[in-house]
Design a protein around this ligand. Structure first.
Ligand code: XMP
Length: 319
């Protein structure tokens, strides 16, 4: 696409001019937006970019490994991985209320990021994957709607806390343009087409109190859901698909023994804007395979349900 390659070239030049010989920090989450920002920055300033991945222990299966592989083997970027699982899980201990989970995760994230960023010399800029719809929603665009809809999680917060100058190279782009730009920059299809994943990660899909043991169960079930929907060729047909670990036990029977184990809900939605969504009409055969595999392969699960609620009145996430 000629327009996007022009955009990429022009943005690369602008970044080089603005940055000079200083250093830029970019937080990576494993998601599309932050990956595209990092790839663009890497193209512009190479070794002057430092990426930070905070592993909060709430990432999906293999997510840390994927990010490390992409940004140290494919792009030879300077990547700092902060292993903060213990800290996040300690903060979440005993917390069941969803907004309180979000508050604690957000707070810990800023603290961890700040600490790591302070250890990086000559760091002057922070690069963020703010997209055009985020700009509109936050009311930050003077040409946008006058009323602020809500403060988006990507806008504000971190940069002010850290005292960095902000670089937001995707501010004029919509999501589909960001994806095309990512492909243009050489990011793999798998990463570019990845479903969105909430900042608080698996914490809001592990209903009730979050524990290390529950996360092991949820992560394994979620990996099976994704594997099967990819194998069926339906990953890109759905907007967001994942597993949720329910805070209930139910009775089952395995062999001669009675079990009293966890239930997993499978959630899959189709949506254009994530404001409204319909549940995906997944084929029964696919649902059957997902259910059989989760129950056979994930220790501690004896029941799988499929969520057939649309948004509204349900939300996409369960918390
Ligand atoms: P809901 O559950 O409100 O989700 O229908 C709409 C979209 O937003 C994502 N989501 C979040 N993203 N931080 C995020 O970065 C959050 O706290 C959060 N909560 C929900 C959700 O995954 C869906 O794509």
């Amino acid at each position: 696409n000629w327009q996007l390659s022009d955009f990429a070239d022009a943005t690369v030049r602008q970044i080089r001019d603005a940055v000079g010989d200083r250093r830029v920090i970019c937080g990576l989450s494993g998601g599309v937006d932050s990956s595209v920002v990092a790839a663009l920055l890497y193209k512009a300033i190479g070794p002057q970019l430092t990426c930070i991945l905070i592993d909060n222990g709430l990432l999906r299966q293999n997510e840390q490994a994927l990010v490390i592989d992409e940004f140290t083997n494919h792009f030879k970027a300077d990547l700092h991985v902060v292993d903060a699982e213990d800290r996040f899980l300690a903060s979440l201990a005993g917390v069941v209320e969803p907004q309180e989970k979000r508050r604690r995760i957000g707070h810990d994230f800023i603290e961890c990021f700040k600490k790591e960023a302070e250890s990086i010399e000559n760091a002057h800029f922070l690069a963020q994957g703010t997209l055009y719809p985020d700009v509109i929603e936050s009311g930050a665009d003077p040409d946008g709607p006058a009323a602020t809809i809500k403060l988006h999680h990507n806008v504000g917060g971190l940069p002010e806390e850290l005292g960095f100058e902000l670089i937001e190279p995707l501010r004029d782009l919509f999501k589909d343009e960001v994806r095309r730009l990512g492909l243009e920059l050489g990011l793999p299809e798998k990463l570019v087409w990845r479903h969105p994943f909430p900042g608080p990660g698996l914490a809001v899909r592990c209903l009730g109190e979050v524990t290390r043991d529950k996360l092991v169960v949820l992560r394994a079930a979620d990996a099976i859901v994704i594997e099967e929907i990819e194998a069926a060729g339906l990953y890109r047909e759905t907007s967001q698909t994942f597993a949720v670990l329910l805070p209930v036990q139910s009775v089952g029977v395995m062999g001669d023994a009675r079990t009293y184990d966890n239930a997993i809900a499978v959630r899959s939605v189709n949506t254009d804007d994530f404001m409204t969504a319909d549940w995906s009409r997944l084929p029964y055969e696919l649902l059957a395979r997902i259910s059989t595999r989760i129950i056979n392969e994930v220790k501690g699960v004896n029941r799988v349900c499929y969520d057939i609620s649309s948004k509204p009145p349900a939300t996409i996430e369960w918390e």
